[in-house]
Write a protein that binds this ligand. Structure first.
Ligand code: DMJ
Length: 808
């Protein structure tokens, strides 16, 4: 679709999108065997809406009556958090710019709540008190989504109220001017080689702040969550610069995707465009990049963003999504999981799936999240694949409630109202304090933190209020807006400025409930059908509650007492072998020892799975294992391969790739200080350095600088060996500047190499993957056998010819 024709269509997309989803739900829901969730009465729903409103005001008044004009309320001390005054929390404080962030972030929620008087008062305060000319370094991403987004949305709604509610006639676009000024202050961050913005900028000095000299790295979400606000800013002010810069950043990011997997990493260098962290998921570091691709398409009607979103979406569903779980992989090796935990930011994903029309996986992931919540009371900041707590904090984040809201809007299933009710009551019970709502430091202890982020008011309570509101309760038709990642409202009409098409809600307009009535109660059965099989998802895989479910070898943890009991009951005995410290065990299974016939059979299955797993593990380990191979004389076909480990910071040798050369010992052997004494004898050779005194990667840089073609780091612990110790991959420091292969050898293996060096001065070695070395050897042997067989055939043919002569 061309952009003009598509724009008109896109303006209408979101409302109709939700209607289409409702229709799909009706068509698919004819299974009477699924029990619908208990419906919530209008009365209860209205009470919950009012409770959400009260929650908002409890927090809002605590902020306004105590620390305002501070950026944030500290709810335990009831004081304000000011940049440069309150003890620093490090990078986290880049959110703060001493610009009354909580108030700016909250303005449009006041309008949604219908509180025009307080909105008007708050707007006056913002115009009077907020200024940006401060020598403070702030996060470009956070300032954009909370401040620029907050000001823009408030400006749009202020003009709206002027027209529709006949109030605020004094308002002359001051907040738009403030947003424009702030936008200009963020622009210096976009002066990079790639056009991808720096992560931080000084509000007064731009990038001239000496502290920003070394600024290089940013996260994908940080750079890719600008366009909605900047496009709105350009279109409202008539100055194209913001939108131009934001599109350029999106284009540059798109070029950095992995061409094979279509996935993105999470951290990159804004100048070189190199990836610094190649983990790829949908949570922290990348979340709102995906959100802004899709919503830029909805808001601006540019098809390319939908195409890009779809490419990434397919990749995420192929590699990252695993049933209801979403687990990071490496963008360049997408079949390898790179983390064994999920973070709470990814809870926005089902909401985005709803908007993009993929309802079933949205229902599934939401169900998984709900179970995490039920298991730990509050969703922790991160949890492991077996649903144990990884990071215990709970920051009163909105994402889970946001997804609950979108799922309710799309399905009409009252289950989502019940989920929202539980989330609301839990916040009341565990987060409410005298002066606002406090984040929880650890969901296991319930201990509070002196922290209430501005998104609690701008998002968490806003989505709760929306969830329990009937469409006719709202003064605007939210379907005519896109919610930014900070839940600020931008009208779909933004592309046709001066010609506002959104309107106050008429009570009979787009009435979702009426629509639901045309499709009696069965409209909730589709999501129920998807949720039902997942209802025991966590209890089924959680090691703490094994009841009734067979423990699979994949889930088994030897340190878990329940698991040990379960395998014992299945008739499996575990015997330690070798040195106990190595933790090697052998498993024996006997039906005779099993608690029951059924458990005996489960034990047999468990053993078979274990065997498969062991095979897979050793294949993976083998793939990573490197070989340092040599022959003792040039003619010899007899090569010796010593095992070595790879590194995370150097190029991998894959397949038939290898490095070959003479080896030379570094002098001094630890190779930490520049220059190497024998630097002039290193070029073109493979350098050997001993572990210790400095990092692996700094030795690698020194070797590279001296012109070495590869580096072997040998262990400094006498007697260590890959035969008895697990091989590992050396870690770097996040930079990507080592271009030569680097491998690690334990002491015993290196001692063999050293002995060979003594026997043969100027020994040449070949570094390659161990599996490739084995393959190469096998091919060589096969070739030798063939040659020998061919020689034997020739010889026997010659003998046969001679034979008659002899006989004669
Ligand atoms: C909010 O500031 C935004 O939703 C952002 O995109 C992600 N993190 C917080 C809420 O958790």
């Amino acid at each position: 679709m061309s952009s003009t024709s598509s724009q008109v269509a896109q303006r209408l997309l979101l409302p109709s999108l939700l209607s289409v989803l409702l229709l799909i739900v009706c068509v698919l829901s004819d299974d009477a065997s699924t029990i619908p969730t208990q419906n919530m009465s209008h009365k209860e729903r209205a009470e919950l809406r009012e409770e959400a409103r009260e929650m908002f005001y409890h927090a809002y008044h605590a902020y306004m009556e105590n620390p305002y004009p501070a950026d944030e309320l500290m709810p335990l001390s009831c004081k304000g958090r000011y940049r440069g005054v309150t003890p620093s929390r490090g990078d986290m404080d880049d959110i703060l710019g001493n610009f009354s962030m909580t108030l700016v972030d909250t303005l449009d929620t006041l309008v949604l709540l219908g509180d025009f008087a307080e909105f008007e008062y708050a707007v006056k305060l913002v115009i009077r008190d907020v200024q940006f000319d401060s020598d403070i370094i702030v996060s470009v991403f956070e300032t954009n989504i909370r401040m620029v987004g907050g000001l823009l949305s408030a400006h749009i709604l202020a003009e709206y109220l002027q027209k529709q509610a006949d109030v605020m006639h004094w308002y002359k676009g001051e907040m738009l001017e403030m947003a424009r000024e702030l936008g200009y202050r963020l622009l210096p961050a976009f002066n990079t080689t790639t056009g991808i913005p720096h992560a931080r900028v000084n509000l007064r000095l731009g990038m001239k702040d000496p502290q920003l000299k070394k600024s290089r790295e940013t996260c994908t979400a940080c750079a890719g969550t600008i366009l909605l606000e900047f496009a709105a800013l350009s279109r409202l002010t008539g100055d194209p610069i913001f939108e131009v810069r934001a599109h350029a950043a999106m284009d540059a990011l798109w070029k950095l995707r992995h061409r094979g997997s279509d996935l993105m990493g999470t951290v990159l260098n804004v100048h070189s465009g190199d990836w610094v962290r190649r983990d790829s998921g949908v949570g922290a570091g990348i979340d709102s990049y995906y959100e802004y691709l899709f919503k830029s398409y909805v808001l601006l009607g540019d098809d390319k963003y939908l195409a890009r979103f779809n490419r990434h979406y397919n990749a995420v569903m192929k590699y990252v999504s695993e049933g209801p779980m979403l687990l990071d992989v490496l963008m360049h090796r997408p079949h390898a999981k790179s983390r064994n935990f999920m973070d709470s930011l990814l809870a926005f994903w089902p909401g985005l799936q709803v908007l993009s029309g993929d309802l079933k996986p949205a229902v599934q992931t939401h169900e998984m999240l709900y179970q995490v919540m039920q298991m730990h009371t509050l969703i922790p900041e991160a949890w492991t694949v077996d649903f144990q707590i990884h990071w215990g904090q709970h920051h009163l984040r909105p994402e889970f409630i946001e997804s609950t809201y979108f799922l309710y809007r799309a399905t009409g299933d009252h289950h989502y109202l019940q989920v929202g009710k539980r989330a609301l009551k839990t916040l009341q019970q565990y987060a409410k304090v005298a002066c606002g709502y406090a984040a929880v430091n650890d969901v296991r202890t319930g201990k509070h933190e002196d922290r209430m982020d501005s998104f609690v008011l701008s998002e968490t309570f806003k989505y709760l209020f929306l969830l329990f509101s009937e469409p006719q309760d709202l003064i605007i038709n939210v379907d005519e807006f896109v919610f930014t990642t900070e839940a600020h409202l931008l009208p779909l009409s933004i592309a046709q400025l001066g010609n506002s098409t959104f309107s106050f809600r008429q009570s009979d307009e787009h009435n979702v409930l009426d629509f639901m009535r045309t499709c009696p109660s069965s409209n909730k059965l589709f999501p129920e059908k998807v949720r039902k099989p997942l209802r025991n998802f966590i209890t089924g895989s959680c090691p703490r509650t094994t009841s009734g479910k067979r423990l699979s070898a994949l889930d088994f943890q030897a340190s878990n007492a329940d698991h040990l009991r379960a395998v014992y009951d299945m008739g499996i005995t575990m015997v330690s072998v070798g040195d106990r410290s190595q933790g090697k065990v052998r498993l024996f299974h006997s039906f005779y020892n099993a608690k029951s016939q059924e458990e005996g059979e489960m034990g047999l299955q468990f053993m078979q799975e274990m065997l498969e797993l062991t095979k897979m593990q050793s294949m993976n380990q083998l793939a990573q294992l490197q070989a340092v191979a040599y022959a003792l004389d040039d003619q010899s076909q007899d090569w010796t391969a010593l095992m070595a480990g790879p590194s995370h910071f150097s190029p991998e040798l894959i397949g038939e790739q290898f490095v070959e050369g003479e080896i030379v010992l570094a002098s001094p052997l630890r190779a930490c200080d520049e220059p190497l004494q024998n630097a002039n004898n290193v070029a073109g050779k493979i350098l050997v350095a001993e572990r210790g005194d400095c990092t692996f990667v700094s030795k690698a840089r020194l070797a590279q600088k001296a012109g070495a073609t590869a580096l072997i780091v040998c262990d400094n612990v006498s007697g260590s060996s890959g035969e008895t110790q697990p091989m590992f991959a050396m870690s770097g420091d996040g930079k990507d500047d080592v271009a030569i292969p680097v491998v690690f050898m334990y002491n015993m293996e290196f001692t063999k190499l050293a002995a060979a060096m003594l026997r043969r001065p100027q020994l040449r070695v070949r570094i390659m993957q161990m599996v490739e070395f084995k393959r190469w050897q096998l091919a060589k042997e096969a070739h030798q056998n063939e040659t020998a067989a061919a020689a034997a055939t020739v010889a026997s043919a010659a003998t046969q010819k001679k034979k008659p002569d002899k006989e004669l």
